[in-house]
Design a protein. Structure first.
Length: 367
């Protein structure tokens, strides 16, 4: 009988061990999800047992009323270091249990460096999952010189900002009187200053409007305003002319020359005959997939719109694009020239021939 007791005890021990080996990982998987597939059977059992031992350290937030705080993970930072930093920052209850969960779940292999918005109101498991996505809390947003507001709107879906094109266009065409230069304006077209902006990913559409317009306001110095006045222009009229210069000029150095041509024409009541104003009036061209149809046909030049400066004298009723500082300065401080005409050179350089008379202008044409 005694000879049978020892084998029976050994068998029972093995059975208990096997039962634990099966039930512990199963229970851990039920609570914490499946283990990483690359863990060995013994590692699964080991980390499953540790997670069950830690119990509420991982599933209960440290402070359910805590707010969000920035937390930085450096490139190459170890799992041990991240766990310790989170504990020291008062984000998690225990560093070792957090480390064990990362290894058990396999999330330790996909942590991304970056800045995160974390809170002690999150459980350690939620934090572990959050630090897998290093999406920055800030977004770099660029407005290119010469874009019309529809082009700015079209860039939003891929910008990282949570603002739709329709939201932007609605805000852009909502009259506002908090900036003097927009008094009585139907839209803010022309005043979305071209620049690269660092913005909060969660910025609202109204906050974005304020950021773009405030940037323009900062560039509108007394010197620039005085220059506009010397040309007999209000700020709104000057921006309208600068928006045409922006679309006409390929080489920035020619902007004061192009501005001089249009100012000379305005001073004698001559039509501007600016192609970009027709392009703006025509709107989106589905054939070329652009807002700026090129080349224009003779029929296009007869398109009836108050923006068409081939038909109507003077400036168009509003800006046609968003000009940069060079274009604004070109209108405020134009070159002094006798020119009334210009046309593109035939070498594809982006430079222009300038002429005083129509006969000279015709002679400058490409053969």
């Amino acid at each position: 009988m005694r000879k049978l007791i020892l084998p029976i005890l050994l068998i029972l021990t093995i059975l208990c061990f096997l039962a634990a080996f099966i039930t512990i990982p199963s229970e851990a998987a039920r609570i914490y999800g499946p283990p990483a597939p690359w863990l060995t059977m013994f590692q699964r059992a080991q980390y499953s047992a540790r997670l069950l031992w830690y119990d509420g350290l991982l599933t209960r937030p440290l402070n359910s009323e805590a707010g969000e705080r920035n937390f930085q993970i450096e490139s190459g930072q170890s799992v041990d270091s991240i766990a310790s930093s989170l504990y020291d920052a008062g984000m998690i209850r225990d560093a070792e249990s957090f480390r064990a969960y990362l290894i058990y779940s396999g999330l330790d292999t996909s942590i991304q460096a970056g800045e995160y918005k974390l809170s002690a109101a999150m459980s350690a498991i939620d934090i572990a999952r959050e630090i897998q996505d290093a999406s920055s809390t800030e977004v770099t947003f660029t407005v290119l010189a010469g874009w019309r507001m529809e082009e700015i709107a079209a860039s939003l879906p891929t910008s990282g900002l949570a603002i739709t094109p329709d939201e932007f266009l609605t805000a852009a065409t909502t009259p506002r009187d908090d900036f003097d230069f927009l008094t009585s304006a139907d839209s803010a077209e022309g005043f979305f200053f071209p620049d690269t902006y660092i913005l909060s990913r969660n910025i609202s559409v109204n906050e974005l409007m304020d950021e773009l317009l405030r940037n323009f306001s900062l560039r509108l110095t007394s010197e620039l305003t005085h220059g506009f006045e010397e040309q007999g222009l209000t700020v709104y009229q000057a921006v309208t002319l600068a928006s045409i210069v922006e679309r006409e000029a390929v080489q920035d150095e020619e902007k004061p020359l192009i501005a001089s041509v249009y100012l000379n024409r305005l001073n004698i009541g001559m039509k501007l005959e600016a192609d970009p104003t027709v392009q703006y009036a025509l709107g989106y061209d589905f054939g070329s997939g652009t807002w700026w149809k090129n080349p224009l046909s003779l029929n296009d030049l007869q398109f009836d719109s108050p923006f068409n400066t081939y038909i109507y004298a003077g400036l168009p009723p509003a800006p046609i694009s968003n000009p940069d500082l060079d274009s604004l300065q070109a209108v405020a401080f134009p070159a002094e020239t006798p020119y009334y005409f210009f046309r593109a050179k035939c070498d594809g350089s982006g430079y222009h021939f300038f002429a005083e008379t129509f006969e000279e202008h015709v002679a400058n044409g490409c053969e």
